[in-house]
Design a protein around this ligand. Structure first.
Ligand code: NAP
Length: 340
């Protein structure tokens, strides 16, 4: 990356709007020598992707199939998933795609899907936690967990823990086909500190935007923790954020924001570009681990001193203990190294 590209990237990053909008995507793409993913580079790889019935997940799914991957999508709406699979099969010749029904917040669903995947695959190459929504109304899952945190954090944690046996490689081995776990987080998390005591919001205080930002903060923190916990098994773990992309999710949850930013929003393809690259590239996504990305570059998970201050080893240990408890999953090999 040239000095000019780095300087412009820095200006965009500082401006936020420039960075998150399509301007950021287009400027970085024009100024950097982005790798073109080779045709067929995902041939033979098994991808498990949540939230592929709409928006970013849908365009990423199409791209993975074009690159030759075998795809299983996890979806909460079976009719929509069925339609998505047939649309994808028609638009990509030779596509291998199917779906499993699971609401990512319902742990019973997640467990069933995890068992099916374990029975089906000897190996999962890429697991992508993309399903998500900014829900304005409060809800709880069948297990009694607030739905935003359940969908973005507890369900994904549980699925990850179940699939570890088919994701990992023998200890200490590393190669370009290393398995990857990817989180689709959000720049919305920059405003929220890491505060485990308020992670699961109560009905009386519920605010959808806040609950969403808290869940996305937890995701980027777990991303780093999982990366260090799994490093020896040859699993790469990364998180990214898509910027602001015009998807059905944004139209539904943030109509005023969408109206105001309209022409500046990214296309879903632009928003999903880094996700596809993290899943497919044999370069930086393998050389690095536990990073947070936007437009194919590593970004800090903090922009504010207050959130940085909240991110202590103790808060991280509390997050891990909390999610273990809520998911009722405790796998010693998943634990990050103890707090020093
Ligand atoms: N678009 C943006 O600008 C933006 C910015 C930052 C982060 N993100 C993140 O990007 C991801 C994709 O969002 P999007 O913008 O593409 O939104 P979208 O168009 O609404 O797509 C979201 C997908 O997630 C699925 N989903 C939501 N809740 C689920 C649950 N409980 N269980 C299973 N599936 C569930 C949806 O299923 P249904 O089709 O059944 O609704 C849909 O397939 C989300 O994690 C979102 O937070 C997006």
């Amino acid at each position: 990356v040239s000095l000019l590209a780095r300087s412009i990237d820095g200006i965009l990053e500082a401006s936020v709007v420039g960075s998150f909008s399509s301007l950021g995507y287009r400027a970085r793409r024009a100024l950097s020598d982005w790798e073109q993913l080779p045709a067929d580079c995902m041939r033979g790889r098994n991808i498990v992707l949540t939230g592929a019935t709409s928006g970013l997940g849908l365009v990423a799914a199409r791209e993975f199939l074009r690159l030759g991957a075998r795809l299983t999508i996890l979806a909460r709406n079976a009719a929509k998933a069925e339609a998505t699979c047939s649309e994808l099969s028609q638009s990509v010749s030779g596509a291998t795609v199917d779906y499993l029904s699971a609401d990512m917040g319902q742990l019973g669903d997640v467990e069933r899907a995890g068992m099916t995947l374990l029975a089906r695959y000897e190996r999962v190459d890429v697991l992508i936690h993309n399903a998500g929504a900014l829900d304005r109304t409060y809800g709880v899952t069948r297990e009694g967990i607030e739905q935003t945190i359940a969908t973005h954090v507890v369900g994904p944690y549980m699925l990850t823990s179940m699939l570890l046996p088919v994701l990992g490689r023998p200890r200490g081995t590393v190669d370009a086909r290393d398995a990857r776990i990817l989180w689709v987080s959000s720049g919305g998390m920059y405003s929220e500190p890491l505060d485990v005591d308020s992670l699961e919001m109560k009905q009386a205080e519920y605010d959808g935007v806040k609950a969403y930002a808290k869940a996305k903060r937890a995701q980027v923190t777990l991303n780093e923790m999982m990366a260090s916990a799994f490093a020896d098994s040859g699993i790469r773990v990364h998180a990214m954020h898509p910027g602001w992309a015009d998807t059905p999710g944004v139209a539904r949850s943030l109509p005023t924001f969408r109206k105001l930013t309209g022409p500046l929003l990214r296309t879903p393809e632009q928003g999903a570009d880094t996700l596809v690259w993290l899943a497919a590239s044999a370069g930086m996504p393998i050389a690095e681990n536990g990073k947070f990305w936007l437009d194919r570059q590593v970004r800090s998970i903090h922009k504010l001193p207050s959130t940085r201050k909240s991110d202590t080893p103790e808060a991280r240990a509390a997050l891990w203990a909390w999610v273990e408890e809520r998911a009722s999953v405790s796998i010693p090999s998943m634990r990050p190294p103890p707090v020093a």
